[in-house]
Design a protein around this ligand. Structure first.
Ligand SMILES: Nc1nc2c(c(=O)[nH]1)N[C@H]1C(S)=C(S)[C@@H](COP(=O)(O)OP(=O)(O)OC[C@H]3O[C@@H](n4cnc5c(=O)[nH]c(N)nc54)[C@H](O)[C@@H]3O)O[C@H]1N2
Ligand SMILES: Nc1nc2c(c(=O)[nH]1)N[C@H]1C(S)=C(S)[C@@H](COP(=O)(O)OP(=O)(O)OC[C@H]3O[C@@H](n4cnc5c(=O)[nH]c(N)nc54)[C@H](O)[C@@H]3O)O[C@H]1N2
Ligand SMILES: [Mo]
Length: 687
């Protein structure tokens, strides 16, 4: 007998799908997760799950999944970890004892919690931080993904909101700018396709021909990091041709004169020279945006992952404030819908317990924070890592790994999989998955709140993150009541908000119905009447500028490397599944343009050495005109274990931060590529 249930997908993706999950008993009669598809009734999920999450059962039931607390019994410098399975009491007593000792001798700020969005659950992904705030531990700034974009958006518009995604079919021009949406926001595709059926044109602005560019009617293949130039060049055309909505500008914005002065310097000649597009392409895109209402611009975080990525995103996102697209259903720009939910987050994650002046680490700078050669008085004595896989995903990952290997650093990792981070832990604590714990979800791509029941008891000894934190908190004498909240307590607090979008949304209703749409007005036009900034207007100042990165290309490092997401992965979450690795080509490939292949003597299918100032990796070359000259691309954060040299691609990336929001700069990397010759043959025969 099988059983179906509806649950919200917990993964870090704008779609936050409502999934239909199926359970069936195994030989022992124990229910297992056997199938994942989409909820056919959900207006945005529309009955399908993505190419990766349909394989979640293989992850859930994986034979390598850690199912008991594991204590490391050999040194972390030994490449092959040896584990001893222990009871929860033994693990928790010992870890709590170590933390207590650290707090007594060095203070709680010598403990570094490290986390990101392995689960988007408000309980297991956010409220879980309460323990650390109650203890006064160091604080991690969650900057690895969205902080440059949110800071850039906030300058112009305040909180991030999006047009109703169900209005997109009304758009007549869709611009997919710095986002590979066919892979990374797949539930947008039915909306785009519907718009296309209604006559919309679809264009893509991206440095390489990804799936989305291939799907689009036109691909504008600009040089990386030149989005501000392109947007300013378009703005000039809007001003010159009278394609601006002057009533909107006068009533709802401020600073247009400063913006116009800068934009006027971006002639088509200058814009083309900087972006690498032809003048004809610049004029064509300007004309399209200038004369098509409504225009919907889906901006992605891709363009923010550069030194001046904040300015780039800001420039692009301000276009609809010149064209007045915010006044049309289906028009405007979309980065994140997160600002529309209006939940009461005052005590979420113990935010109210956060102490002023507490030591704060930008998560992109973990390599420095754990540096074995750093000053001893500043060194961390313990790190507790959950919902994140920094040995693979964080910049300068060889140095991150060296830091985690330090014998004087207690490393505790809560995980569902034996990741490369878990393999460097002193303790691995088995974590429950989304089918095994209760939680609440919002979304950054749509307007539904989701509630998940715990549908299965956790496999083995796995436990939700919050259970572990509560157990440690009890042992450490933490009395803050919020640490011990249940999901019911949290839900009551979150929904205790006067925000009109939450009117009628009660815990009882959410639990009964599972997914509820925010109570948005009939016509949802988030910035039609201005914006929730201090002045209530959309702000064009400070004017976004095009700037040259510090990491300029040089003869030593003549190639820019982009490392965007892969279609079949979700960051590193599915990296343990052979079937998904095979779907992505079995091992990571570096895409290089034929002109670069000729210039650097690289042959298709052979191995090459990629070097940056941070380190070196070996990757197999794919020669393709999907790349552009001078720009190489490696899709996907593969586990190093799948690469010929065992290294993460983040061996090459730097801790450099963005102009706004302290964000990551994964697409800013500059490298050189050299053929490996004999080494490549050795690697081939080892296959
Ligand atoms: N299949 C899949 N889906 C995912 C993920 C995944 O790993 N796999 N990850 C999830 C997460 S956490 C996130 S944050 C999102 C990210 O999803 P996206 O926003 O789609 O990914 P980005 O890395 O931001 O890169 C998007 C595009 O930006 C381009 N790009 C790089 N530099 C520039 C530039 O200077 N200008 C412009 N215009 N484009 C540039 C890249 O070539 C890439 O095609 O996807 C989520 N969804
Ligand atoms: N080179 C390069 N690097 C990148 C990027 C890039 O484009 N290029 N993208 C960056 C981006 S956008 C992001 S968002 C980050 C993502 O980096 P991470 O947030 O580390 O995301 P994942 O790699 O998916 O790893 C999440 C981990 O959390 C675990 N997990 C999931 N649910 C739970 C749970 O309930 N409890 C516990 N304890 N663990 C859980 C999963 O098993 C998984 O190992 O990577 C960044 N790194
Ligand atoms: Mo992300």
């Amino acid at each position: 007998m099988t059983r179906d249930a509806l649950l919200t997908c917990p993964l870090d993706c704008p779609d936050a799908c409502r999934l239909k999950v199926t359970f069936a008993p195994d030989e022992a009669g124990r229910e297992r997760l056997v199938k994942v598809t989409g909820d056919p009734q959900h207006p945005y999920t529309r009955g399908f799950a993505c190419a990766k999450t349909v394989h979640y059962p293989a992850r859930q039931n994986n034979p390598q999944r850690p199912l008991t607390p594991l204590k490391r019994i050999n040194s972390k410098s030994d490449p092959v970890p040896q584990w001893q399975a222990v009871s929860w009491d033994e693990a928790l007593d010992e870890i709590a004892g170590r933390l207590r000792g650290i707090i007594a001798t060095r203070g709680a700020q010598a403990i570094l919690p490290y986390h990101y969005a392995g689960t988007m659950g408000l309980m297991e992904g956010e409220h879980v931080h309460t323990l650390w705030r109650a203890l006064g531990a160091a604080e991690i700034e969650e900057t690895i993904c969205a902080s440059a974009g949110s800071a850039a958006w906030a300058l112009g518009y305040g909180p991030r909101m999006v047009p109703d995604p169900l209005d997109i079919p009304q758009a007549r021009l869709i611009v997919l700018w710095g986002i590979n949406s066919l892979s990374t926001n797949t539930h947008l595709t039915p909306q785009i396709t519907a718009a296309r059926k209604n006559g919309a044109r679809v264009v893509c602005v991206d440095p390489y021909r990804n799936r989305t560019a291939a799907f689009a009617d036109t691909h504008y293949q600009l040089k990386p990091g030149t989005d501000a130039a392109l947007a300013l060049g378009i703005m000039r055309g809007l001003f010159v041709n009278g394609w601006t909505d002057d009533a909107y500008i006068a009533g709802m914005t401020e600073g247009v004169e400063d913006l116009r002065a800068e934009a006027m310097t971006w002639t088509p000649e200058r814009t083309a020279a900087v972006t690498g597009l032809s003048e004809a392409e610049v004029l064509e895109l300007t004309h399209l945006i200038g004369e098509t209402r409504p225009t919907y611009i889906r901006v992605g975080y891709g363009m923010t992952r550069h030194e001046f990525g904040g300015a780039g995103l800001r420039a692009v996102s301000l276009l609809p404030a010149l064209t007045g697209d915010w006044r049309y259903q289906g028009g405007g720009a979309a980065l994140s819908s997160g600002g529309a939910f209006g939940l009461n987050k005052r005590r979420l994650g113990g935010a109210h317990l956060l102490r002023e002046g507490v030591r704060t680490i930008n998560m992109n700078c973990l390599a420095d924070a754990l540096d074995p050669a750093g000053p001893p008085e500043q060194s961390f004595a313990a790190t507790v890592i959950y919902n994140c896989n920094p040995a693979t995903v964080a910049p300068d990952s060889d140095r991150v790994r060296a830091g985690l290997r330090r014998d004087d650093l207690l490393v505790v990792v809560l995980e569902q999989a034996m990741t490369e981070t878990a393999a460097l832990a002193d303790w691995v604590l088995p974590a429950a998955t989304f089918v095994e714990h209760e939680d609440v979800f919002t979304s950054y791509g749509h307007h539904w709140i989701g509630y998940n029941r715990a549908e299965l008891p956790p496999l083995g000894e796995a436990r939700p993150n919050t259970w572990v934190m509560q157990q440690l908190g009890r042992r450490l004498g933490v009395t803050a009541p919020e640490l011990y909240w249940t999901v019911d307590d949290l839900l009551a607090e979150l929904l205790d908000s006067p925000h009109p979008h939450l009117a009628g949304i009660t815990p009882q209703r959410l639990k009964a119905e599972g997914t509820l749409r925010l109570n948005l007005p009939e016509r949802w036009l988030p910035y039609a009447e201005g914006a929730p900034t201090d002045t209530g207007r959309v702000r064009f100042t400070p004017v976004p500028l095009q700037q040259e990165p510090q990491a300029r290309l040089t003869p030593d490092y003549p190639i820019r490397l982009l490392t965007p997401p892969a279609h079949h992965f979700l960051n590193s979450t599915y990296g343990l599944l052979d079937r998904l690795n095979r779907a992505e080509g079995t091992e990571p490939h570096v895409m290089v343009h034929p002109a670069d292949a000729a210039a650097y003597a690289l042959a298709d299918g052979e191995y090459a050495r990629l070097s940056s100032e941070q380190g070196e990796v070996t990757r197999r070359v794919r020669v393709t005109d999907a790349a552009q000259p001078g720009v190489a691309v490696i899709e996907g954060i593969w586990w190093g274990t799948e690469a010929p040299d065992g290294k993460s691609i983040n061996t090459l990336t730097a801790q450099t931060l963005t102009d706004l929001g302290g964000g990551s700069t994964f697409h800013n990397t500059r490298i050189r590529i050299e053929p490996l010759g004999v080494a490549s043959q050795q690697a081939e025969s080892a296959d």
